[in-house]
Structure formats: structure tokens, C-alpha cells
Design a binder for this molecule. Structure first.
Ligand code: DX5
Ligand code: ZN
Length: 220
């Protein structure tokens, strides 16, 4: 059986105590750090940029899963590689030449991820799925943490799982937005491999236990 990865989203961390929250994730059963980079153009919000990511990366002891919600991400592929990203995810909607961008990410030594907004159909990845290491299915409209999970996500995950199997691809399926212990098992059953969780983890009374529980529920 596959092991489901848990990736806490640092967007929901306490920005005045980032080192504290990073150490919590380091010591928890989490698998990756999910880092949300927003530019105020592709999404109607600005999160944090390279200097903050660089400072955070000095303390992180787990792979960095960097989610770029920015226009024209090709401009910064090498920058994020040098900052230590393991997975670099771009939005399909932000890339005119997605195949070129994906190759560029891999050439820079990172795993290539492609994120799909809630309105973007799975079938647009049909001819590129074999080149992608991870597909991030957005289960909320990107830009903010703490939003309500969109129910149509389950159907999309099933469609993506079918596409991956049909093409004999090894692409991981990541779910981002509104993930919690109540929808985790249904997402895994539909085919998810990586669960991103922001507010569910960081607004919990005990984030370490919440990560452990989410991992247990997902892997049950
Ligand atoms: C949304 C971000 C998410 C967000 C998830 O644009 O991509 O990673 O932090 O937050 P929650 O888990 O609170 O929905
Ligand atoms: Zn994200």
C-alpha cells in the first residue's frame, strides 16, 4: 500500500514565530513543508517571497514543496532551485508553454509539479502527465488559507488517478485547500498521495498531534 504524505502549509503558521512553527513540523510526523508563494497578480493576495523562504530554509529539515501562485514562473525556476526547493509546482493556468516550464524545473534538479485551479479540467494534462512528478489539485480557489473544501474535488482526483494509471505514469496526486481529518480518507480512497493542510494543523490546540492524527487517518 502507498504511504500518504502530509505537508503542513506554512501560510497558516505564526509569521512572528516562524522558527518555532518550523521546529514543530521538523519534530512532527509531517513529510514535507508546503510553502505558498503568491504575487498579488495570479491570485488576489501576497504571501511571502524569496528572502523569507531563504530564512525559513535555514531551519527546515524536511523537503520543501514550493507552490508558486505567480504569473510567468519561468523567471524564478533557478532562484527556487538555489533556495532548496525539492518540488516546484507551477499553475497550469499561469504557463503558456507548460511543457517547457516542466522541463526547466527538472533540468534545474527539482521535481516538477503542476497545480490546477478548481475550474481547470484534468484532461488538459493528458499529453503531459508522463512528464509531471506531481499534480496539485486545488480544492479551494488559490490565494487564501482557511477556505471551504470544494466537493467536486473527489471526482477530479478519481479522473486524475485513472489518467495516471492509463498512461502508466508515476505522478503523485496532491490535494491543497480545506483538507482535514474529515475528508482525508475519502481523498485517499479517490487516489490522493499528498495532503496539504494549513489552518487545520496550525489552528489546532496541538498541531503535532493533529499532524499525527491526519497521517493516521490518511494511512488507515
Ligand atoms: C491556498 C494555498 C494553500 C493553503 C491551504 O492558496 O495554496 O496551500 O495554505 O490552507 P488551508 O489548509 O487552510 O485551506
Ligand atoms: Zn498551496
Amino acid at each position: 500500500m502507498r504511504t500518504i504524505k502530509i505537508a503542513p502549509s506554512m501560510l497558516a503558521a505564526d509569521f512572528a514565530n516562524l522558527e518555532h512553527d518550523i521546529q514543530m513540523v521538523n519534530q512532527s510526523e509531517a513529510d514535507w513543508f508546503h510553502m505558498d508563494i503568491m504575487d498579488g497578480v495570479f491570485v488576489p493576495n501576497i504571501s511571502f517571497g524569496m528572502p523569507v523562504l531563504k530564512a525559513m530554509a535555514q531551519h527546515t529539515k524536511k523537503p520543501l514543496d514550493v507552490h508558486l501562485m505567480i504569473v510567468d514562473p519561468d523567471r524564478y525556476i533557478d532562484t527556487f532551485a538555489s533556495l532548496g526547493a525539492s518540488v516546484l509546482t507551477v499553475h497550469a493556468e499561469a504557463c503558456t508553454h507548460l511543457h517547457r516550464t516542466v522541463q526547466g524545473i527538472k533540468d534545474a534538479g527539482m521535481k516538477a509539479g503542476v497545480a490546477l485551479n478548481p475550474h481547470t479540467p484534468i484532461h488538459m494534462l493528458e499529453d503531459i502527465i508522463g512528464d509531471i512528478d506531481l499534480v496539485c489539485i486545488m480544492s479551494v480557489n488559490p490565494g487564501f488559507g482557511g477556505q471551504k473544501f470544494i466537493q467536486n474535488t473527489y471526482d477530479k482526483v478519481r479522473k486524475l488517478r485513472t489518467l495516471i494509471n492509463d498512461k502508466n505514469a508515476t505522478t503523485l496526486i496532491e490535494i491543497d485547500g480545506g483538507v482535514n481529518a474529515a475528508n482525508a480518507s475519502k481523498l485517499v480512497e479517490a487516489g490522493a498521495d499528498v495532503l496539504v493542510a494549513g489552518s487545520f494543523v496550525f489552528s489546532a490546540e496541538n498541531p503535532t498531534d493533529t499532524i499525527k492524527n491526519l497521517r493516521e487517518v490518511a494511512n488507515a
